[in-house]
Design a protein around this ligand. Structure first.
Ligand code: IPM
Ligand code: MG
Length: 401
């Protein structure tokens, strides 16, 4: 190994450390939260994405426009189409998010984003960074909030996945040293851990929940996960007065406990570093009916972005099955968006319709194949329930409340 190769790697590392220290400085200086009630109009940008993203975003957009039509008419909300967040355009500019697209995104207050293709070494695209990861970083969307609800089993989980640090933040910036050595970097900062953990506790407090679970591998990954674990314990002290307890599970046993019918409904609010959150929320969504049923909010102080928890499923498009893709994930995301900008009753209505159609009545079911309903048919079925005055009673009857 040449000294020059080692020097190059350590210089790279020094640059990364400096960037992270600068980021900490920015976090410390962060402004107040956006007050949506004071905005007239709230601007919602729609980015369609790739693969099944195009079609399921269309369905979600239709539902969103339906739910907010009075607000649009009253000038309280406006929609803006943002083209260009496609893999073709990103590959052409060799950028995770082309500059002009990012500029348009930043002009909106909130974004509904379809799944985008994340290239991998060896596929047909240049190996650019994920658009998700770039958007989360560029807009500082530090909280990835992922609810999973199975009312019939008493499951009501809300995951608070850290979204701008962990194994992801430098995921495209690792180093190869010489021919044989590859090193990636994982980052946890005191401020980054605290803001997500605090948000989880605040959610518990506001919703009368009594437990926040931190998930780490702090027994092995001692420095970064060790910090996450310490911060969770420190923040927990402040919430004891509300009767909220805090516990910690390691990621491996947590993946097992989520499929333990005896234990899993004990979990309520779960907070975890980025990669663990990525993995475990897919598992949780599968229990709810598949990743196609789960939405995700990416929240920062200034902007927020709402999306499906899954990817663009190019295989479904190649096999001509995109019309059978489940739009529920994007529609859930739309419900989260509606709630976030201040219309909780509309969001409740949409959530209830999603549960009645997707988990209980199931007059149409989506299988991802031609033996199930199309996304279009399902969306019409859902909108019929949204408009049905018996919706709330039906939902209560289904959930057993
Ligand atoms: C998610 C997705 C993304 C992630 C991918 C598409 C980069 O899996 O939102 O969970 O890993 O965060
Ligand atoms: Mg994921």
């Amino acid at each position: 190994m040449s000294d020059a190769a080692i020097k190059k790697a350590t210089d790279h590392f020094a640059g990364l450390i400096q960037e992270q220290l600068d980021r900490i400085k920015t976090m410390k200086e962060q402004d107040d939260w956006t007050d949506y009630a004071s905005l007239k109009p709230v601007t919602i940008g729609i980015c369609w994405g790739d693969g099944i993203g195009k079609i399921i975003s269309d369905h979600a957009q239709r539902v969103l426009e339906h739910m907010l039509k009075e607000e649009v008419a009253a000038g309280r909300v406006e929609f803006r189409a943002i083209e260009g967040l496609t893999i073709e355009n990103r590959a052409k500019h060799n950028k995770a998010i082309p500059d002009d697209v990012l500029e348009e995104i930043k002009k909106c207050h909130v974004i509904l984003k379809g799944p985008t293709t994340t290239p991998q070494d060896g596929d047909e695209w240049p190996n650019i960074e994920s658009a998700n990861v770039a958007m989360r970083r560029e807009l500082d969307l530090f909280a990835n909030v992922r609810p999973v609800k199975i009312p019939a089993e008493g499951i009501n989980w809300c995951f608070f996945r850290e979204n701008t640090e962990g194994a992801y933040v430098l995921g495209s910036r690792g180093v190869n040293v010489g021919d044989d050595l590859s090193v990636d970097f994982k980052v946890i900062t005191e401020q980054g851990a605290e803001r997500i953990i605090r948000m989880a506790f605040e959610y518990a407090r506001k919703n009368g929940l009594k437990k926040v679970t931190a998930v780490t591998k702090s027994n092995v990954i001692k420095t970064t996960d060790g910090r996450f674990s310490r911060v969770a314990k420190r923040v927990a002290e402040e919430y004891k007065q509300y009767g909220i307890e805090q516990d910690e599970w390691y990621i491996d046993i947590m993946t097992a406990k989520l499929i333990d019918p005896e234990r899993r409904s004990d979990f309520q609010v779960i907070t975890l570093p980025n990669l663990y959150g990525d993995i475990i929320t897919d598992e949780a969504a599968q229990l709810q009916g598949g990743v196609g049923t789960a939405g995700s909010a990416n929240i920062g102080k200034k902007w927020a972005m709402f999306e499906a928890i899954h990817g663009s499923a190019p295989r479904m498009v190649k096999e001509g099955r995109d019309i059978y893709a489940d739009p529920s994930s994007m529609i859930r995301a739309a419900a989260m968006l509606i709630r976030h900008i201040g219309f909780p009753e509309r969001a409740d209505q949409l959530d209830m319709a999603l549960e009645v159609c997707g988990q209980f009545e199931k007059k149409l079911s989506i299988t991802g194949r031609d033996n199930g309903a199309t996304g279009e048919e399902f969306t019409r079925y859902l909108l019929d329930w949204v408009e049905n005055s018996a919706l709330e009673n039906k939902w209560k009857e289904c959930v057993g409340v």
